[in-house]
Design a protein around this ligand. Structure first.
Ligand SMILES: Cc1cc2nc3c(=O)[nH]c(=O)nc-3n(C[C@H](O)[C@H](O)[C@H](O)COP(=O)(O)OP(=O)(O)OC[C@H]3O[C@@H](n4cnc5c(N)ncnc54)[C@H](O)[C@@H]3O)c2cc1C
Length: 452
């Protein structure tokens, strides 16, 4: 099994040639910091609204080499989070947000079609399943009989016959993509539309809407910040997120196993754990199996064990075989991981930075492929001075705080370890110890919501 920081998706997509770094001074209408989906979709939406706008993207490394190019490729709405959204924003705003997020799932497919980008976009429902008795009832609060429907154990197993699956829900609007192909396609189309993109151009200073790198400076009318797990490096966002990690193992092609499981409909599946497992198939018959049980990062660190953690990979591989015993003797060819920007509510936020000329989006908590398109609409509208439409979506505004460092990392790591232990015990039908139960229950008692 090959472990690496960048993952199979990027290699499969054939990464494009790097673009030269920023050298010298430039004026622009909008400067975008970060070349992941948030930054790239924002740039796209700016150019859709104002085709003549001068848009400059500054990316620290390579566009799409971060989580945007190596995630699980689940394109999800927020439909299953509706109960949490209602609690936080009220029924009308919650509905508006869920509808906007579902529209983004479909808009990404329509964009791929219209732009001729082969990102393997495949519309397919998302199944959220109970894979242990403690997970029974997962997703039930969101069932409305239309966008989210309940499934019995037999109905779930008819779609994917894992012996662990006991029932769950089907979220109707959903899709999967090859994440790197989507990121590289976006970068390509932006270049064709006249955006200037500079790679290996880390922004080290931001003053209003002026962004400085080691090699130059962009003076803009507005700035958009989409730097994912690195958001905490910006002083105003330091106490707004924590960073954890998620890892994926990828099998060799196993079309025979998929056939035997009846898992041929392209469904994206996740289980009912807090540190969830997420699994999907690929067009060449592989299974990509992810686990969100990685460690917490100190500060805004997004490399090292955040990207390749052998312990987490070994557990994910063992869990893969527990889900699908027929894979016992089949090869796992690749494994990789990446940082996850976690907000206290597990919902993303679009926030103004001091001075009001820059806005940032972060906190997707592992559901950013679909929602970054929606956040990008909001960021673009705000950068163009609009205050209605996408700029007024309920996710726009102040983000709640997380506890300060060093309490944050120590506390979050402790809670995370307790969640891993609790969910492993529940998986084996053991009762977790009282201290583990108490620690694992802390986030909910502190008003922090785990929405998926
Ligand atoms: C293993 C894994 C699996 C996941 N699976 C899913 C999934 O199946 N479905 C889903 O919806 N979400 C998933 N996610 C989350 C999803 O990938 C993210 O929410 C999404 O990609 C966020 O995009 P972004 O543009 O905000 O951030 P990123 O993709 O992190 O992009 C930020 C970019 O900013 C750059 N940058 C950082 N600092 C600077 C700076 N100072 N100057 C310039 N550039 C900078 C970085 O190099 C990076 O390219 C997963 C994440 C991981 C790690």
């Amino acid at each position: 099994m090959r472990h690496d920081a960048h993952g199979w998706w990027i290699e499969e997509a054939g990464p494009p040639r790097a673009l030269p770094p920023l050298a010298g001074e430039l004026d622009a209408d909008v400067v975008v910091v970060g070349g992941g989906y948030t930054g790239l979709w924002s740039a796209w939406h700016v150019l859709e609204s104002e085709p003549g706008a001068r848009v400059v993207v500054l990316e620290a490394e390579r566009c799409g080499f971060g989580p945007s190019g190596r995630n699980g490729g689940f394109v999800q709405s927020m439909d299953v989070s509706l109960p949490t959204l209602r609690e936080r924003y009220g029924p009308a705003a919650a509905q508006e947000l869920a509808a906007a997020s579902a529209a983004s799932v479909e808009a990404i497919g329509a964009w791929c079609e219209a732009e001729g980008v082969d990102a393997w976009y495949r519309a397919a429902p998302h199944l959220i399943v109970a894979a242990a008795p403690a997970q029974d009832g997962v997703g039930a609060a969101a069932v409305d009989g239309a966008t989210v429907v309940a499934l019995s154990g037999a109905e779930v197993r008819a779609r994917c016959a894992s012996p662990l699956f006991r029932g769950g829900v089907e979220v109707k609007v959903g899709a999967t993509v090859q994440p790197a192909r989507l990121a590289f396609g976006l970068r390509e189309r932006l270049l064709e539309r006249g955006a200037l993109i500079f790679e290996h151009s880390r922004v080290i200073a931001l003053d209003g809407a002026t962004a400085g790198t080691a090699g130059g400076r962009v003076r803009a009318g507005a700035a958009i910040i989409g730097v994912g797990g690195a958001s905490g490096a910006l002083r105003p966002l330091r106490d707004r997120l924590t960073v954890s990690s998620s890892h994926i193992v990828l099998t060799e092609p196993v079309p025979d196993v998929l056939e035997a499981l009846g898992w041929t409909g392209g469904e994206a599946i996740s289980d009912g754990r807090t540190l969830l497992h997420y699994l999907r198939t690929t067009p060449d018959g592989r299974i990509a199996f992810g686990w969100a049980g990685g460690r917490m990062a100190a500060g805004a660190r997004t490399t090292g064990r955040m990207e390749v953690d052998p312990d987490v990979i070994a557990r994910a591989r063992a869990d893969l075989v527990r889900f699908f015993p027929a894979l016992e003797d089949r090869a796992v060819e690749r494994a990789w991981g990446g940082p996850i920007d976690v907000s206290p509510t597990h919902l993303p936020f679009v926030v103004p930075l001091p001075g009001g000329r820059a806005h940032a989006a972060f906190g997707y908590t592992g559901n950013g492929v679909g929602p970054s398109h929606m956040a990008g609409r909001a960021l673009a509208a705000l950068a163009l001075g609009r205050r209605d439409g996408a700029a007024a979506l309920p996710i726009v505004g102040a983000a709640p705080r997380v506890p300060p460092e060093p309490l944050r990392v120590a506390g979050a790591a402790l809670i995370r370890r307790a969640l891993v232990a609790k969910e492993a015990a529940e998986q084996d039908a053991r009762r977790p110890s009282p201290p583990v139960r108490a620690l694992a229950a802390l986030p909910a008692r502190m008003g922090m919501h785990i929405v998926r």
